[in-house]
Design a protein around this ligand. Structure first.
Ligand SMILES: [Zn+2]
Length: 225
């Protein structure tokens, strides 16, 4: 960021490069920052947690090929989400190409998920999820004239809605993202009460999605009662 040094492949080895350089640029020795190392460690932890909380873990352990492919695709998606998370948190920006890539990955994931039970798939609920999750942020974006939420947020919701594929899970994702966002941002807002703040919402949407994705069985059980 400071000296425009072109990173070499050996500067990009997760965790190891950052540690061996002591968190400083190889050329100008300015500090790189903690976001990079936190993201690298965080993604490793997220991979492990994804395995531990995977909804169909028996499928993974019994070497069900379809389930293993689904899990691998989920990990690819998690990597894209991590990049989007950092981009938005650092620069308040969600690159369109990355979000469309995530949408493509989400469609492949969902096709594999519904393929074995295609006749039982609830298309109405799927469309409802698309309307409530990206729809909510699209309406907020339009009526507030880009003031409350950014234009990228509703597009980021598209892959999330495709992977949740259910109206109630979509609604829970909106709820979870807003709760997490309020919990994190309210103390900051109170501290800087006189300043106008730009709040990146993408990280909260991604966290809300992950909570709902891994708690989906629990949510469905609660809905039945
Ligand atoms: Zn430098």
């Amino acid at each position: 960021m400071h000296c425009k040094y072109q990173l070499q492949w050996y500067d990009n080895i997760p965790i190891i490069s950052w540690l061996s350089l002591g968190g400083k640029c190889r050329k100008c020795k300015k500090k790189i920052g903690y976001a990079e190392i936190l993201a690298e460690v965080g993604l490793a932890v997220a991979f492990v947690l994804s395995f531990v909380f995977w909804p169909n873990q028996d499928g993974l352990l019994s070497t069900d090929i379809l389930e293993i492919v689904k899990f691998a695709i989920f990990l690819i998606q998690l990597t894209i989400f991590t990049v989007l998370f950092i981009y938005d948190a650092k620069w308040c920006e969600l690159p369109l190409g990355l979000m469309l890539g995530a949408l493509g990955v989400a469609v492949v994931f969902e096709c594999l998920a519904i393929w074995p039970n295609l006749s039982e798939f609830n298309w109405l609920s799927f469309v409802g999820g698309l309307l409530i999750l990206p729809g909510f942020y699209f309406v907020m974006y339009k009526i507030s004239n880009e003031c409350w939420v950014g234009g990228g947020d509703w597009i980021l919701c598209l892959p999330l809605a495709v992977m949740l594929a259910d109206f109630w899970l979509g609604l829970m994702c909106v709820f979870a993202a807003n709760v997490i966002g309020s919990a994190v941002m309210l103390p900051v807002a109170i501290k800087n009460k006189n300043k106008k703040m730009k709040v990146p919402f993408g990280p909260f949407l991604i966290l809300g999605f992950l909570v709902v994705f891994f708690a989906q069985e629990l949510i469905f059980n609660l809905l039945v009662i």
